[in-house]
Write a protein that binds this ligand. Structure first.
Ligand SMILES: CC(=[NH2+])C(=O)[O-]
Length: 152
């Protein structure tokens, strides 16, 4: 039987083969609201690039903005079900693993991270972007808890 743990609104399946800090499967129970987050990029409020040429700054910025976007959607990191991570340089994979471990130590102290697919692509929408992360999360409140100022 596959070991499962309920974290927030999601059921995390911890069995399976992984090569990093992600869960092999996360199940959304029936009747739970979902939030789909577009790819988060390291940008300021005007869309200006942040952390040009600095992978660590870009990744930490993307996670900070992902947290803000989740909150705007009435959700939070603990409700995050699945991420897709896009990098543009395979040379950043080791840094991605190191920084993710540091961040997830704080965010998922019990070691039940969301799923993730990690891809290296030729480039992102602007050549200075080194990382983009999109996600799916659950939301305890659904549309009622979303902040209309931030979520279109
Ligand atoms: C390989 C992979 N999906 C990860 O997140 O490390």
């Amino acid at each position: 039987m596959t070991p499962t743990t309920t974290v927030g609104n999601r059921v995390v399946r911890t069995a399976g083969r992984t090569v990093g800090l992600y869960s092999p499967a996360v199940v959304i129970p029936p009747g739970v609201h979902t939030v789909h987050i577009s790819g988060v990029l390291p940008v300021d409020l005007d869309g200006g690039s942040l952390g040009e040429g600095d992978f660590e700054t870009q990744m930490r910025t993307v996670f900070r903005l992902l947290g803000e976007t989740l909150a705007a959607g009435g959700s939070s990191f603990v409700e995050l079900v699945k991420m897709t991570t896009y990098l543009v340089d395979p040379g950043h994979i080791d840094d991605f693993y190191r920084i993710r471990e540091e961040l997830f130590d704080g965010i998922f102290p019990e070691g039940r991270p969301p799923g993730n697919t990690l891809l290296v692509v030729q480039r992102l929408v602007r050549p200075d972007f080194l990382i983009e992360i999109e996600g799916v999360a659950t939301s305890p409140t659904g549309p009622e808890g979303a902040d209309d100022e931030l979520v279109g």
